[in-house]
Design a protein around this ligand. Sequence first.
Ligand SMILES: *Cc1c(COP(=O)(O)O)cnc(C)c1O
Length: 389
Amino acid sequence: MNVPLVRPDLGEAEIEAVTRVVRSGWVTQGPEVAAFEREFAAAVGAAHAVAVSNCTVALELALRLVGVAAGDEVVTVSHSFIATANAIVAAGARPVFVDVEADTLGMDPQALEDALTPQTKAILCVHQLGIPCDIDAILRVARARGLPVIEDAACAVGSAVLRDGRWERLGRPHGDLACFSFHPRKVVTTGDGGMITTSDAEVADRLRRLRQHAMSVPDTVRHTSTRVVFEEYIEPAYNYRMTDLQAALGRPQIARLDAIVAERTRLAETYAAALAEHPVLRAPQPRPNARWNWQTYAAFLRDDARLGQVEVLQFLLDRGIACKRGVSNAHQEPAYADRSRWRAGPGGLRVSERLRDGVVMLPLYHGMTPAEQEAVIAALRELAERGRS
Ligand SMILES: *Cc1c(COP(=O)(O)O)cnc(C)c1O
């Protein structure tokens, strides 16, 4: 049996939703986007949510919104999908890469503090693979310096943190703005798509203008007006819209988000049990103050494992199990070979480099059948035998 790394869970509800939009005759940003924004905001506990084309542009817009411009520095992690660093470059700024914590894969708050300079304009932290970073510690460092915090929550819809005895979903947001992705690799998909959440109504209004050429009157208002309306273009901007087709696809998935996270959690628990005594891989350890959506199942190579990462990946691939190595590091990619584009914090990036080569991502997706997970676990059992011999 071949088991993919992920498989989007799209069924009759999604087919019906997209069909409804096609029949309506309005396919670009319109009533479905507005409804998706309301439902998404309610699901994560945000006051406002603004839909855009994808999370990469969501991050770029968020950086612009907090005032990041040419020549500024933004402290972030290298250990992330390349879009995190690229969004900073797209905003004209320079990424300052700091190391991550080995268990959360998130920004190390001490490394953040050590990397701040008068050029620092903002902090961009990542809830990597849906695992909440230590957002409270990061916020303490940021607030002491009056710096805005943007959360790259691309993978993290449905993840939560315990604050003052209450579970809060990521995206309220806890920093100033949080950005989500709806790429098919994520927990909720619209094909491509992104969302920015904020507590500030004025910020939400400005984001809504900036995603649509900074048009003073949205087309949806113009089309329904009984009076002649002329729009104005308030500042140079761009087209970052989501379409109604995409939004309609996302709505049924947001409606069943609790069930999606519960199912993924069960799959993760089954893997954790299978890896309990495993000689090669070990299960990740959630912290008591964080709940994950299990966007990705990251198994760690044990320090004393007799097999290396490439051998493990090949072993599983040979048995039809699609796997990936750990999260990449921007500073190790050709795009960042030019050292003038970025700098590293004083602590270096040793943990980031170790994690890229010390993690194996296993297949995990809601809709995964028991037979599929059993095929992965059978391969892990065989791997254990190989690891012991
Ligand atoms: C997927 C991802 C992005 C980019 O999202 P897109 O919607 O594909 O642009 C950004 N940051 C992280 C951490 C991601 O995993």
